[in-house]
Write a protein that binds this ligand. Structure first.
Ligand code: ATP
Ligand code: MG
Length: 402
């Protein structure tokens, strides 16, 4: 197995060991390296309580990022690494988090509390792989399996259901039979899980290469969380074709703007994200989609560009391309070319880009609301190509509207 941590991560591991603490790479990085994927972060687990970890890292910048759970973040050569003390967990009486945690020096105990066999491996550059639950063999067989009995593990923390589906969607794994059955059996307990935790897993899940299959197979779990989702062959096929960006993929599963807003709010999505999803769903009904190429379409395109910006429109086109049967693709390509051309020649798309402004109209004697109304009418004429966006033309036209 080829695991090549960055030099800064190896430096940190060596530093911990010089202080007498045994330490390992654990979790996602060990899993991803075995799949031949570049790990996102290199988490370290150490056989000592956080105070000792902090003392060992005294010369470095240390952030007490999750001290209660035994996690500190250490900066080495400008890179951040999480170091978590080995721990074992008590009962989960609230179905969300353990009643107690206890630090331990026992690697096996730490790996036992982890969710899936492929996430319960540790690796050390000299000692090699510790894999007490057969995670490597499961990865080889592309199987996702709970550590321990799935009924207990999902009852402890129902978020693990979504994590299982996330790993299946992103890594292309299949859930082992008992793990899959218990995902269904415990779906009701997802109601007890914090919205933010569900959101983080769901948005990652949507961006997988195997998302459509997972959505279809586990549809009832997803609609238990978000009842408005339309999970059907067609919407899922479009989703899988769309770029792996969560707002575009989520929009493909929603029918109305009200559904989009309710779903995003249920997940406590950030405002910008919610607005982006809502806009994409709303634009589905935009006249632009129905207009044949020509001046009316050009005007509508300019109007939408001025109102929402090119980035949002290009996202919308990506969404429509994903929905369109293969024969209709050229139309969207043409639209993208039109947008690029409008951006290149700095076309006038909004009031602020008109060659005259409110002060010019006031100089002509206009006041109050009339100023805004006349600017709006002039913009409309520029967008539709009836007026050129130059100062003289617009001032003459404004005179006539007085
Ligand atoms: P990613 O690469 O997307 O970060 P990850 O496996 O590293 O995936 P994290 O959420 O960063 O996921 O968690 C790190 C590790 O902590 C996991 O690999 C797993 O061992 C353990 N873990 C995380 N969440 C849970 C949970 N809810 N229950 C049990 N173990 C968990
Ligand atoms: Mg991680």
């Amino acid at each position: 197995m080829k695991i090549t941590p960055p030099p800064a991560a190896l430096k940190l591991l060596a530093l911990l060991e010089q202080a007498g603490l045994s330490a390992y790479f654990v979790g996602g990085c060990v899993r991803d390296a075995q799949l031949g994927l570049p790990p996102k972060d290199w988490d370290i687990a150490a056989a000592a309580p956080p105070e000792r970890v902090m003392r060992a890292c005294a010369g470095l910048r240390v952030i007490e990022s999750g001290l209660r759970h035994g996690t500190v973040t250490v900066l080495v050569d400008g890179q951040a690494f999480e170091v978590t003390s080995f721990r074992r967990e008590g009962n989960y009486s609230d179905r969300r988090r353990p009643d107690t945690i206890a630090f331990t020096a026992d690697l096996f105990a730490d790996l036992s509390r982890r969710d899936f066999t492929c996430n319960a491996m540790a690796w050390h550059p000299a000692k090699g792989l510790s894999d007490p639950f057969g995670g490597a063999a499961d990865l080889e067989a592309r199987t996702l399996r709970c550590v321990g009995g799935p009924a207990l593990r999902f009852a402890e923390d129902a978020l693990r259901i979504l994590r299982a589906l996330r790993f299946a969607a992103v890594l292309g794994l299949r859930l082992e039979a008992a793990t899959a059955a218990q995902c269904f059996a415990h779906k009701g307990a997802l109601a007890f899980v914090a919205a933010e935790r569900k959101r983080d897993e769901l948005l990652k899940l949507l961006c997988g290469a195997n998302t459509a299959a997972v959505l279809l197979e586990y549809a009832e779990i997803f609609t238990a969380i978000l009842p408005a989702l339309t999970i059907a062959g067609q919407s899922c096929a479009a989703l899988q074709t769309a770029p792996p960006r969560a707002h575009i993929r989520l929009a493909l599963l929603l029918q109305t703007e009200a559904d989009a807003r309710a779903s995003c709010e249920a997940l406590r999505c950030p405002r910008r994200f919610t607005d982006a999803v809502c806009l994409l769903v709303r634009l589905q009904k935009s006249a632009l989609a129905q207009l044949p190429p020509g001046s009316a379409r050009g005007a509508e395109l300019r109007r939408l560009l001025g109102r929402h910006g090119a980035a949002a429109l290009l996202d919308w086109i990506a969404l429509r391309e994903a929905q369109a049967p293969p024969g209709e693709q050229p139309e969207w390509t043409a639209l993208k070319t039109e947008i690029a051309a409008l951006q290149a020649d700095d076309a006038c798309l909004s009031r602020g880009q008109l060659a005259i402004n409110g002060k010019d109209l006031q100089a002509l004697g206009m006041r109050g609301r009339q100023v805004g109304e006349v600017l709006e009418r002039l913009l409309e004429q520029v967008l539709t190509g009836r007026l050129a966006n130059d100062r003289g033309t617009l001032l003459r036209a404004a005179q006539k509207k007085k």
